[in-house]
Design a protein around this ligand. Sequence first.
Ligand SMILES: [Zn+2]
Length: 83
Amino acid sequence: MNEIVCASGVELLMDYLDGVLPPEVSAALDAHVAGCPRCAAFVESYRATPRILRDATAVALPADLEEKLKAFLRERTNAFRSR
Ligand SMILES: [Zn+2]
C-alpha cells in the first residue's frame, strides 16, 4: 500500500468522496485525512458544496407562490399608503 500524499491526493480525494475507491484505498485516505488539516478542509468543503446547492434550491420559491407573495406584498403596501 502506497502512502497517500497530498500531491497525489486531490484526484484520489474526489474518488474517495464519490465512494468509488477500493475499501483499502478508502481506508488509507481516511487515515491520511484524519491527520492532515489541508485534506480535511478539502473534504469538508467538498462535502458541504452539494448541501449549499440544495439549500439554495430550497430557498427558490415556486413561480406561482412568488406571484402570490408579490400580490400580497402589493396589497399590504397599498393598504399602508392609503392610510
Ligand atoms: Zn493531505
